[in-house]
Design a protein around this ligand. Sequence first.
Ligand SMILES: N[C@@H](CCC(=O)N[C@@H](CS)C(=O)NCC(=O)O)C(=O)O
Length: 338
Amino acid sequence: MKKLLQLAGATLVLAATADLAQAATLDTVKERGYLQCGVSTGVPGFSNPDDKGNWTGIDVDVCRAMAAAALGDAAKVKYVPLTAKERFTALQSGEIDVLSRNTTWTQTRDTSLGLNFVGVNYYDGQGFMVNKNLGVKSALELDGATVCIQAGTTTELNLADYFRENDMTFQPVVFDTSAQSIQSFETGRCDVLTSDQSQLYALRTKLAKPSDAVVLPEVISKEPLGPVVRQGDDQWLNIAKWSLYALINAEELGLNSSNIDSKAKSKDPAISRFLGKTGTGGKGLALPDDFAYQVIKQVGSYDEVFERNIGSKSPLLIERGINALWTDGGIVYAPPFR
Ligand SMILES: N[C@@H](CCC(=O)N[C@@H](CS)C(=O)NCC(=O)O)C(=O)O
């Protein structure tokens, strides 16, 4: 009897999980009237709340782009702050519709969590930050260091691999949130803070004296960061993909939030297809034909998103580097709207 009950229970759980996976997320989001977007608990430039609770960042803009595409309104997003450890469960359980939280696309995550990575909105790599007065110039001088790190990240394994490969030892000090790790770094609880390099630049802005900290030159891993959705809903995966690709294609086509209206009359066939005036528009996504127009009008092109959040118009001052378009010597490339 007990066995039978257990079996019934297990079947129910399986059925519920399958149901959630099959459910058309677009319909759920439309009925609810807003998108639930999983973000970090606070990484400036990526996903960060101000003191009024308004979220900004390049990851936030991916969610705004999806809301503009799916609901016609970039403001219809509820942000759910998640630690690294909590993020995948929140997506699996249906608490959020998309996770857009400086999350690295890896084979294990893409194939064993019931989730799908959508694409890349920032190519990153892991680095190290130290206090200037340590006098350290290279990560290879860090033998025996105390290292602040966050639980549930790719950072943990990369760190262990790097120290082992270079015959060095370290003492990990593990935290759940970036606020805890940067505070511990500042108070000298650890010699080194390690994370994706962009996040080191972001967290450095939170120090009382940012210029006291230096990011070392070594980049020890590949960290392609991008949004994630649940497996089993291809329509929603496609909406996420083509919202992200809209941002990138707009930059390539020279479109941005200020010029998109004047370009609407353009005879350029690539632009009229992008704007949904010709071609398939939003039909294959069950979205209005002008979905990409809404994304760019309300959120901007990839270069606008980059510059205002992490680039030249932000305190982070990150250069485009490999995150430049493929036509400008970078690796940012999106399939075409045709
Ligand atoms: N990209 C890495 C690291 C992501 C990560 O969680 N980084 C920390 C270090 S800055 C973070 O974002 N913390 C923000 C938070 O605690 O909410 C991963 O996907 O595992």
